[in-house]
Design a protein around this ligand. Structure first.
Ligand code: FB9
Length: 525
């Protein structure tokens, strides 16, 4: 059986011998292969621009399944005649039993009687069937063989009519192709590439490769339409929850951030391991950021070195501008929170100047911000950790806010996810004090599992921004991947991102509130 590639090769070889068009049905018959396989070869050669093909619609007579049986074994009437002894006869019941097919026996008996091939004698009381013709020609089988060999022109119209009446042949419409050489015809078939590979790019071999054209008419594999990524669906649900709680979304459209906004403004020391290569992606081009607000940078420098105006002693080590200007892929969206809080502080300072420095005349409106976007860490990759993940962060600034406010805000947030039984555990963050991890009970694992982190931002971060002395800032965060993996029952994060995502996951409205979905799932935290 010729393979698809061999069939392509046979087809181009055949074409190379003639200028006349080659019909796919004729070629299939000559090559003794199924016409559909030839059609596949035609499509393949067309995609390589080696041939041109015009589609034809032709009608032809084709055998039915019953006719195929007759070509193989003989007509019904011939089988009945053959089942009779050359001399004498047998009872009709015995004849039927010998044929072992009631339809063949009945139809064959009738046709053989009409052809005077057999006779029946009922004089003895039992019907005895015997041969009347010593020899017969199975004309029906012969005619059907001609049809099978596409030699229909040798049949008379009456013969065709008779075979149609017996439902042994039918007229079918057949699509075939008249194939001819293209301008780029060659018998040297080089399968077109379907993907460009890193090796081709590195070696430059892509320049001489033939690539398969995109078939924009292909319906493609389901889904045959646009589809939201599961992470985006769950992100939308978290966004709705923040909006319900009165939070305003922060602009997170900068994956690249300076170390100044990613670390220094958060009072993360310049020698902190989080700022090393094994944790953070540094950019080589552009390696350094643009301008940093000079006055703010001076206050940050002073705070890091000796605590500045915050009552802190700082880190008692030199703070370098060169370190702060290094560009990184942001490691948390808290960098965005820092930018937003700095703007709020500077706006307050402008109002304070307008009020002649009298803080009593300036109202500080509490602010609540949130962000949900990608962050990047030089992590060891495994089934639950990638070098990038989506961080969810809430931030609130207001006069005299306390840890109690933070716990209450977090409880309000998680109860909308169906998690009412929340526990807090003290922890350490460089930019918040006190800090807490949040835990929820996992009935399946029968243990408390971490579902996020939080804290009160340190004065060393907040004071240099220009916010009023009695304003505190609270923050908490969690990841987007874990809840999404729970919702869709995914164990390996690599099934959630990348080209293997199964978009056939259960599609649901992106606006339904998360706890409708996760309440039942929160047990599977
Ligand atoms: O999301 C996490 N877990 C989680 C969250 C939700 C959930 O189910 C939904 C409720 C139904 C199930 C699990 N974690 C935080 C805990 C772990 O998954 C952890 O292994 C991965 N963490 C990420 C960081 O990893 C390096 C999750 C991510 C994370 C951690 C901390 C913050 C943000 C994201 C933060 C913060 C913060 C702190 C103070 C002030 C401002 C922000």
């Amino acid at each position: 059986m010729a393979s698809a590639d061999e069939l392509c090769q046979q087809l181009v070889q055949k074409l190379s011998l003639t200028e006349a068009p080659l019909n796919s049905i004729a070629f299939a018959s000559e090559a003794s292969v199924d016409h559909q396989k030839v059609v596949g070869a035609v499509k393949s050669l067309q995609s390589m621009n080696l041939i041109e093909a015009d589609q034809l619609e032709s009608k032809r007579l084709a055998l039915t399944a019953e006719a195929e049986q007759i070509v193989a074994n003989g007509s019904h009437e011939f089988l009945v005649w053959s089942a009779l002894p050359a001399e004498g006869g047998i009872e009709q019941a015995e004849l039927t039993k010998k044929i072992n097919n009631a339809n063949v026996a009945k139809l064959g008996f009738s046709k053989a009687m009409t052809n005077k091939w057999i006779a029946i004698d009922k004089s003895s009381g039992k019907p005895i069937v015997s041969r009347k013709a010593a020899d017969v020609v199975d004309e029906v089988q012969q005619l059907l063989q001609l049809v099978k060999n596409n030699a229909v022109d040798k049949l008379s119209e009456q013969q065709k009519t008779d075979l149609k009446k017996r439902k042994l042949i039918s007229e079918i419409t057949e699509k075939s192709y008249n194939v001819r050489k293209s301008a780029t015809f060659t018998t040297n078939i080089e399968k077109p590439e379907t993907d460009i590979t890193p090796e081709m790019i590195a070696k430059g071999t892509w320049k001489t490769k033939q690539f398969k054209d995109y078939n924009f008419d292909a319906k493609g594999i389901p889904p045959e339409c646009g589809h939201l990524h599961p992470l985006l669906k769950v992100r939308e649900q978290f966004r709705q929850i923040f909006f319900e709680l009165g939070f305003v979304e922060m602009p997170t459209n900068n994956y690249v951030e300076s170390s100044f906004w990613c670390f220094d403004t958060l009072f993360v020391p310049q020698k902190h391991p989080a700022r090393d290569l094994q944790d953070t992606f540094f950019l080589s081009e552009p390696a350094e950021c643009g301008d940093i607000p000079a006055e703010y940078m001076a206050r940050i420098k002073e705070t890091h070195e000796n605590g500045g105006q915050t009552g802190s002693q700082g880190y008692q080590m030199e703070w370098k501008t060169s370190e702060a200007k290094k560009n990184v892929l942001r490691t948390h969206t808290t960098a965005v929170s820092a930018r937003m809080l700095y703007k709020v502080g500077q706006e307050y300072q402008k109002q304070l100047v307008s009020a002649g420095g009298d803080g009593g005349k300036v109202e500080f409106k509490p602010v609540k911000f949130f962000s949900i976007d990608k962050v990047f860490r030089n992590e060891t990759l495994d089934a639950t950790h990638l070098a990038e993940f989506c961080q969810i962060e809430g931030v609130a600034a207001g006069r005299n806010l306390s840890l109690g406010h933070l716990m209450g805000m977090i409880k309000e947030f998680f109860v909308k996810l169906g998690i009412a039984d929340l526990r807090f555990k003290p922890t350490y963050n460089p930019y918040t004090e006190p800090s807490m991890e949040m835990y929820s009970w996992h009935p399946g694992l029968k243990k408390w599992v971490e579902i996020g982190n939080s804290g009160v931002f340190r004065p060393e971060m907040i004071r240099p921004m220009g916010l009023p002395e009695d304003v505190n800032v609270l923050g908490w965060g969690l990841g987007l991947e874990r809840p999404t993996m729970i919702k869709y029952g995914i164990d390996n994060i690599r099934d959630l991102v990348g080209h293997k995502v199964d978009l056939q996951m259960v599609y649901d409205s992106p606006v339904c509130v998360l706890h409708n979905d996760l309440t039942k799932d929160s047990a599977s935290l």
